[in-house]
Design a protein around this ligand. Structure first.
Ligand code: FES
Ligand code: FES
Length: 156
């Protein structure tokens, strides 16, 4: 079937089955491999993207449900205010270890910071609870989100 989806501000015409997960459209059709496959069952968070700013598991998002929604991926998150702050904090705190989970972590953290510029520990726990890290970078992730939130505060 023919679909047109908007990813990172660009429209893409596709010819795929309607139940094709967004993850595979991004990776295999559009060649955007920053979004990762982990479990395929919405359990690990590796495939997290934003749909209209909301952190969403792309492995369980069929393409026929996207409609006119705006999809944002790790390739463009640095162009958003919250995403730029999160990425800088990630680098400053050297959060990543093997890195496999990190695009999903950054997408969840960016969605959190965009919606709650001053997240509490409980907000962070709730927003990040679905993103698994085999390398156990959770402490640095939390510190980096707080650092990014402080950067938000300084800019008022
Ligand atoms: S690959 Fe989507 S949540 Fe694990
Ligand atoms: S940094 Fe290795 S899985 Fe998270």
């Amino acid at each position: 079937m023919a679909f047109t989806i908007k990813v990172n501000g660009n429209s893409h015409n596709l010819d795929v089955d309607g139940d094709t997960p967004l993850l595979w459209v991004l990776r295999d059709v559009l060649g955007m491999t920053g979004t990762k496959f982990g479990c395929g069952m919405a359990l690990c968070g590796a495939c997290t993207v934003h749909i209209n700013g909301v952190a969403t598991r792309s492995c369980q998002t069929p393409i026929d449900g996207i409609g006119k929604s705006e999809v944002t991926t790790i390739e463009a998150i640095g162009g958003t205010v919250a995403g730029a702050k999160i990425q800088k904090a990630w680098l400053d705190h050297e959060v990543a270890q093997c890195g496999y989970c990190q695009s999903g972590q950054i997408m969840s953290a960016s969605a959190l910071l965009a919606s709650k510029p001053k997240p509490t520990d409980a907000d962070i726990d709730e927003a990040m609870s679905g993103n698994i890290c085999r390398c156990g970078t959770y402490v640095r992730i939390r510190e980096a989100i707080k650092l990014a939130a402080q950067a938000s505060g300084k800019e008022g």
